[in-house]
Ligand binder design. Structure first.
Ligand code: TYD
Ligand code: MG
Length: 457
């Protein structure tokens, strides 16, 4: 007979414990354990072939016996999303789209399902009413004859609707709001999220129907609740961006059917999200001719090169302790670059306030941004503008050397395409590189001092 008992789950990583503990021994998080009532079914002992009753229909196949047929992928009509998924949605896959509340996950998914032609989609919403969804659909001006909407939070009822509607794509918005009756814990708890996703996974694999799950992110930036969710699904996409800016980035964190280096960029408009196919143009709109403290860096995020404006402001510290602040760039890395400038190039920046800003509210992790950051800081420090048709790329090492960066050719071609006349790049990148076909002038630099002389004479 089924009995009920209490167990405690870590809200952060999903670890289980029979009693409450203050600090999770698995992930180290404090005060993350919550009580959940689970019913325990009497479990039998494990039976294997070594025990008398074990048996199985399947047999191990030799790897050469297994047939692969290239699964046709579903075109979602959204080039950014298609690319991030690795070329479209794979039938039978379970995709998790995570992001902070209000970032635009529901908008992204709704406008995608509304623009799919000739496929029946079922959008299950546990967060908004059908009227709210309709209003949103009207706002984004998409309409589809094949999109069905249902507001439901019970997993069992969702499967009833699925049986009646027979959708080609199923959307769950969001996993934290749905629950199954077999567990007594509340929606959004670790065991509910785990159980519901496992049921959805089984459905996806058995019927070859792709399922898109929306999930919230907690304050630490991981998908809320358990990490287990990330292990269950095939693909994890993260939708991120700054609430105050209109750019949104769709990043692939895990993908069983494609590369995680892909990246999609969107712009949040009054009427929904717009795909941004050429990010550089969007990040370089301002005319900065003659302005000091601005430098253009040729960066790569994911697999796409783009040119991005870096702005710096250096001023004498008003208070005893100089302030340092960076938006869109790692503050520790900026401090390291300032130390290099101080020690190796002899700029006295220790008593200066330094503010750094990457245009568009975008976060860039590419180390090749270093040279752009340094140029912007030096330009502001001396109040001399960097020539506007010049851009730069290169990682800066601790001794002030400019280190080579990856995929230099892509960066150069992007700069050339956007009409830049000159590009500063690491000297070591030029080995075996043929630049005779290029219109853009290439200026190789070995050290920060050299780059400084090139830019400011
Ligand atoms: P939403 O998709 O509800 O976010 P999530 O599902 O991730 O919580 O997006 C909500 C935000 O998007 C809201 O603050 C307003 C903005 N928005 C627009 O700017 N334009 C639009 O056309 C829509 C539909 C939303
Ligand atoms: Mg939502």
């Amino acid at each position: 007979m089924a009995k009920t008992k209490s167990v405690y789950f870590c809200n952060n990583c999903g670890a289980e414990s029979p009693k409450w503990i203050g600090k999770c021994p698995v992930c180290g998080e404090w005060n993350s354990y919550v009580e959940e009532v689970v019913s325990t079914k009497p479990t039998g002992t494990v039976k294997t072939a070594y025990h008398s009753e074990g048996g199985t229909q399947a047999r191990p196949l030799h790897i050469n016996e297994i047939k692969t047929s290239e699964e046709p992928r579903m075109d979602l009509g959204d080039q950014e999303l298609n690319r991030v998924l690795g070329g479209g949605l794979v039938p039978g896959s379970l995709v998790l789209i995570g992001g902070e509340p209000g970032i635009g996950k529901s908008t992204l998914v709704l406008q995608t399902v509304l623009s799919i032609k000739g496929r029946r989609t079922l959008y299950v919403s546990g967060e908004e009413s059908a009227r709210q969804l309709k209003l949103r659909a009207e706002r984004i001006k998409h309409d589809s004859p094949d999109c069905y909407i249902v507001c439901e939070t019970s997993l069992e009822d969702i499967f009833v609707h699925v049986k009646n509607t027979k959708p080609d794509i199923l959307i769950i918005d969001s996993i934290q709001t749905i629950s199954t009756g077999i567990l007594e814990s509340s929606p959004g708890s670790v065991s509910q999220v785990r159980e519901c996703s496992a049921a959805l996974l089984k459905f996806a694999k058995e019927t070859a129907t792709p399922v898109l799950i929306i999930g919230h992110i907690n304050k630490e930036g991981s998908i809320a609740g358990p990490k287990v969710l990330e292990h269950i699904v095939d693909t994890v996409l993260q939708f991120e961006g700054d609430q105050h800016y209109m750019y949104r980035i769709l990043r692939s964190i895990k993908n069983r059917f494609g590369s995680t280096a892909e990246l999609g960029i969107y712009e949040m408009r009054q009427n929904g999200l717009r795909e941004v196919s050429n990010p550089s143009e969007l990040l370089l709109t301002q005319n900065h001719e003659g302005l000091s403290g601005v430098a253009i860096a040729a960066a790569i995020e994911g697999v796409r090169p783009f040119l991005i404006e870096t702005q710096a402001l250096v001023s004498t510290a008003a208070y005893g302790t100089p302030q340092r602040s960076a938006t869109g760039f790692d503050l520790r890395r900026m401090n390291m670059l300032l130390a290099v400038l101080e020690k190796r190039v002899g700029f006295k920046l220790a008593q200066k306030d330094v503010f750094l800003n990457i245009a568009g509210g975008i976060k860039v992790n590419d180390p090749a941004m270093d040279l752009g950051v340094i140029s912007a800081i030096l330009s502001s420090n001396m109040d001399m503008a960097v020539e506007s048709r010049i851009c730069m790329t290169g990682e800066v090492g601790l001794s002030g050397e400019i280190r080579p960066v990856n995929r230099i050719e892509q960066r150069i071609l992007e700069a050339e395409k956007l009409g830049f006349r000159r590009i500063l790049l690491p000297h070591n990148n030029l080995k075996g590189f043929d630049s005779s076909r290029l219109k853009i002038e290439i200026i190789p630099v070995r050290k920060v001092e050299e780059a400084f002389r090139q830019l400011f004479g």
